[in-house]
Ligand binder design. Structure first.
Ligand SMILES: Cc1cc2nc3c(=O)[nH]c(=O)nc-3n(C[C@H](O)[C@H](O)[C@H](O)COP(=O)(O)O)c2cc1C
Length: 176
């Protein structure tokens, strides 16, 4: 199977896309060629081996483009290593209760997909800007501060650790 990785993402406001791009860059640097694409634009997984799927959490659920992607490519995904991530918590400073709720939401989404056994699962902090929201969210959230708690070091670390899970090999230059 090819070692070319597809990093598919589902986003409303772009923060998940930026995370997907950093993950692909990190995979490229570790020796795995990786392409980045919006999940809804993917027509085939032919030519790709491992898959990374990332989506923001909205209203307790994974972005619907991620759920549709999983349903459209279920057969092909069952034969490939799949890593998944979600963006969710946005409170700054860190809010343990919020993180636990987002983790529970991601767990609940994955529990509805018993056929999917990801090699890696991650929850990352997200980005929130009430000014960019559409009606009625902008009015509802207007008193909330804008935040961006994406932890780029944690994101790069997670992506770098995918290499052995995707290839069955140690990362070059990093023997066990
Ligand atoms: C209207 C709205 C609802 C949200 N609902 C959730 C939620 O239920 N759980 C969660 O963990 N994060 C939630 N978030 C936070 C988003 O997941 C976070 O802002 C993420 O970075 C957005 O990603 P995007 O820019 O790729 O769309 C919500 C954000 C907004 C604006």
């Amino acid at each position: 199977m090819s070692t070319r990785v597809l990093v598919a993402y589902a986003t409303r406001y772009g923060s998940t896309q930026e995370v997907a791009e950093v993950i692909a860059q990190t995979l490229n640097r570790s020796g795995l060629p990786a392409d980045v694409m919006p999940a809804r634009q993917v027509r085939t997984l032919a030519g790709y081996g491992p898959i990374v799927l990332g989506a923001a959490l909205y209203m307790h659920h994974w972005h619907k483009d991620a759920i549709r992607f999983l349903s459209r490519f279920r057969a092909a995904l069952s034969e490939r290593p799949v890593a998944v991530f979600a963006l969710g918590p946005v409170h700054d400073p860190h809010d343990e209760h919020e993180w636990q709720e987002s983790l529970d939401q991601l767990d609940a989404e994955l529990a509805r997909l018993p056929w999917l056994t990801p090699v890696a699962v991650a929850l990352f902090g997200g980005k929130f800007d009430p000014q960019t929201l559409s009606f009625p969210w902008r009015q509802l959230a207007s008193s909330e501060p804008a935040t961006d708690i994406r932890d780029w070091e944690a994101i790069r670390d997670w992506a770098a650790n995918l290499y052995p899970m995707f290839t069955g090999l140690e990362l070059p230059g990093h023997p066990a």
